[in-house]
Design a protein around this ligand. Structure first.
Ligand code: SF4
Ligand code: F3S
Length: 104
């Protein structure tokens, strides 16, 4: 399974949803998550994210993101079509500690 990690927060480019063959992205106000039971592990989305915010869950240190993706994929609505990213998305690219300060 692949997971969305912190740099998606407030960048939210949504390029990922265009390429996912099984439409397993779910949308919160400030970020997306991947449904772990629906992701087929194809890896197509990882290089498409301009914020490098998609990782394989086999990478070390991603435990909290694995949990967060699983939890919110059950709560948030599915998203399959890319919209305009936030106007300030580039300003948020690479900002530290977004989970603690910006997550909602
Ligand atoms: Fe979708 Fe493939 Fe990315 Fe999983 S790895 S979220 S199936 S594009
Ligand atoms: Fe987020 Fe990257 Fe998708 S910033 S919305 S994971 S393209």
């Amino acid at each position: 399974t692949y997971v969305v990690i912190d740099n998606c927060i407030r960048c939210k480019y949504m390029d990922c949803v265009e390429v996912c063959p099984v439409d397993c992205f779910y949308e919160g106000e400030n970020m997306l998550v991947i449904h772990p039971d629906e992701c087929i592990d194809c890896g197509v989305c990882e290089p498409e994210c301009p914020a490098e915010a998609i990782k394989a869950d086999t990478e070390p240190g991603l435990e909290k993101w694995v949990e967060l993706n699983a939890e919110y994929a059950e709560k948030w609505p599915n998203i399959t079509i890319k919209r305009e990213p936030p106007a300030d998305s580039k300003e948020w690219d690479g900002v530290a500690n977004k989970l603690e300060t910006q997550f909602s």
